[in-house]
Design a protein around this ligand. Structure first.
Ligand code: PMP
Length: 304
């Protein structure tokens, strides 16, 4: 990833990709406190546009607030920097990664005295769980690792060190030949994927797990709105892994994963074992929105 052309926004300036480096004594590298976002821009009917940029930036700042990490920029400056990065790299559809981290000014657990640095990079990134998975659905395994307790790393923050837990789960699942992991919470109820929220469909009703131990996904919120538009009822409740085994349909949502159908959990076929009709309808509506084909949601698009 490091050896390529392009520009990265780093502490207020665009710098050449290969020069956007940090010192080995970077505090966040040692103690794991960095907050980040995953954002996408699409080549839409009204030009290249970033999807729900303001919502992502708000969550970025909220992640910082949870960890008492003082952002040295305003939300407006960060929004503008996203646009600049996409524009100056001449990207049309791409993934955007803003990160805020503590620098190498000091060592020791307390970050007091370390500076907060912010970087924003963007690059082309296709279907996160594969084009094939988008159509046929993916195979998922319930992880032997749990999502952290709500009073551990705190689920509302998109925190770098949370992803150590995601890596354990994803590695276990993919080494066993599955596409992705499903994590349960400390009480054994469904939380989320390693980088996605989950929905199931049962008798035409959409259910999502009460997201106590999961990230409040922006794609999840988008699907909730779209479902309401399509006249689908959405309910939040505690879900067990076997609720998914007997569901008619299941799918993951996420900025990277977009809307990805799940065709199997723990070697049990879900519904017909392929992308279900409700999932397909929601997937189509989602892609219409992000690609600017639905004028009703142009307010979610920020032109670069
Ligand atoms: N949960 C986790 C752990 C994630 O990493 C993500 C991706 N950011 C999501 C859920 C989905 O969130 P969003 O739809 O905002 O990308």
């Amino acid at each position: 990833m490091a050896d390529r052309d392009g520009l990265i926004w780093f502490d207020g300036k665009l710098v050449p990709w290969r020069e956007a480096n940090v010192h080995v004594l970077t505090h966040s590298l040692h103690y794991g406190l960095a907050v980040f976002e995953g954002v996408r821009a699409y080549n839409t009917d009204i030009g290249t546009a970033i999807f729900r940029l303001q919502d992502h930036t708000r969550r970025f700042f909220n992640s910082g607030r949870i960890y008492m990490m003082e952002m040295p920029y305003t939300q407006e400056q960060i929004n503008e920097a996203h646009r600049e990065v996409v524009r100056e790299n001449k990207l049309d559809s791409c993934y955007i990664r803003p990160i805020a981290f503590y620098g190498s000014e000091k060592m020791g657990v307390s970050p007091r005295g370390a500076r907060v640095h912010v970087a924003i990079a963007a690059w082309p990134w296709g279907a996160y769980l594969g084009e094939d998975g988008m159509e046929r659905g993916i195979r998922v395994k319930t992880s032997s690792f749990q999502r952290a307790h709500v009073n551990s790393t705190m689920p509302r923050a998109k925190l770098a060190s949370t992803y150590a837990n995601s890596i354990l789960a994803n590695t276990e699942a993919t080494q066993d030949g599955y596409d992705e992991a499903l994590l349960l919470d400390t009480q054994g109820f469904v939380a989320e994927g390693s980088g996605e929220n989950l929905f199931i469909v049962q008798d035409g009703i959409l259910y999502e797990p009460e997201i106590a131990s999961a990230l409040t996904g922006i794609t999840r919120a988008t699907v909730q709105t779209v479902a309401a538009d399509l006249g689908l009822e959405v309910r939040s409740r505690r879900l067990t892994r076997d609720d998914i085994y007997i569901a008619d349909e299941a799918f993951f949502t996420g900025t990277a994963a977009e809307v990805t159908p799940i065709r199997e959990l723990d070697n049990r076929r879900i519904g017909s074992g392929s992308r279900g009709p409700v999932t397909e309808k929601l997937q189509k509506a989602f892609f219409d929105i992000v690609n600017g084909r639905d004028a009703k949601y142009h307010h979610w698009l920020t032109k670069v």
